[in-house]
Design a protein around this ligand. Sequence first.
Ligand code: GTP
Length: 333
Amino acid sequence: MKALVLVGGFGTRLRPLTLTTPKQMLPIAGIPMIEWVVGRLAQYGVDEVILSLGYRPDAFIEAYPDQTCAGVAIRYVTEPEPLGTAGAVRYAALEAGLNETFLVLNGDVLTDLDVGSLIDFHRSRGAEATIALHRVEDPSAFGVVPTHDDGRVIAFVEKPPRDEAPTDLINAGTYVVEPSVIDRIPAGRQVSIERETFPQLADAGSLYAMAADPYWLDTGTPQLYIAANLDAIAGRRVGIQVEAVSGTVAPDANVTNSVVGVGSTIGAGAEVTGSVIMSNVIVGEGAIIRDSILMHDVEVGTGATVVDCSVVGIGERVSPNQAVNAERIPLPD
Ligand code: GTP
C-alpha cells in the first residue's frame, strides 16, 4: 500500500521554529519529525511514501537525497502553490498515479495508531474514506466527528465552539482513502479536506470513522512541540528508545526532563528543565532554561533566564543576565 504524507504547510503557529525549517524537519529528541511519522508505516505493509511538499521542499530533498526516509522508499511531489489539505491530496495522488486504496497522514501528528486495524475497519465497512478518531477533553480546536454505532460519520464539524461540540472524538489526522475520493476534489484551487471533502463524503454516507486510544499528539504549537520531545525521552512512544542528553553537561549543572542535542554545552551551575535544546547550543554558567525551546546554534549568556515557553530561533543570542519570559526571538511577523 502507498501512503501520502502532507508536509507542505507553513507551520505558522510554530514560528520562529519554522521560519526556515519546515515543521516536519524539526527534531523530536534529535530525530526529524518526518522520520517518526514515516518509519512506523513499513510494519503495515506500506512500501512507498509520497511526500506532498509545498513550503521549503529543498529541506526534505537535501535530507533524503537517495529517496529513503527511515528505511522507507519516498517520492517527492511539490505543489506549484499551496493547494490546501485536499487539493494537496488530489495533486500528489494524480502525480504519483495512485489508483488503489491508499493512506493519507498529516505529517505533524505523532501517534502509535494501529494503522492495520484502521485499514481492516475501512474494508469491513466498504467505506470510501475512513478517519482515525481520538478522544480529547476540549475538541473545539479540532475537526469533531460524531458517528452512528457502525462508525458511519453523521457529520464532520470543523472547530466548533466547545459547548456545541457533538462529541469529544476528533479527527486524528490518519485516513484510509479510495481513489474515487480524488474525483470529488475540485482541481485548480485551494481545497480543505476538513472543511469541504469530509463534510461532502459524510453527506454521501460513505465516510466512516474508527475510535482508538493510542499515543497521539498534534505538534502544531510550541507547547505541544515541547511535549512531543519530552514524551519521546520519557519512553511514552511504543517501541522507541531515544537519548535525552547527547551534549555536554557541566558536573554541577542541573538538567531534568529535557532534550540536549549533539554538540551543545550546558555551563556550570546552569538549570535546564522541561526544555528542548537543539544542537550546538551554548548555555552559559548559571543560566536558567525552563519550559522553553532553543534552536540550533543559540548562545545564552551567563546568568540569563529563558522561561515560560519562550522560543529562541536559529543562531540567536541571549545576552548575559537577560530575562526572556514567554517571548519568541526573533518575533514572528
Ligand atoms: P499552521 O500554519 O501553524 O496552521 O500549520 P500548517 O498549516 O503547517 O499545519 P496544519 O496543522 O494546518 O496542517 C496539517 C498538515 O497538512 C501538516 O502536516 C501540514 O504540513 C499539511 N498542510 C497544510 N496545508 C497544506 C498544503 O496546502 N499543502 C500541503 N502539501 N500540505 C499542507
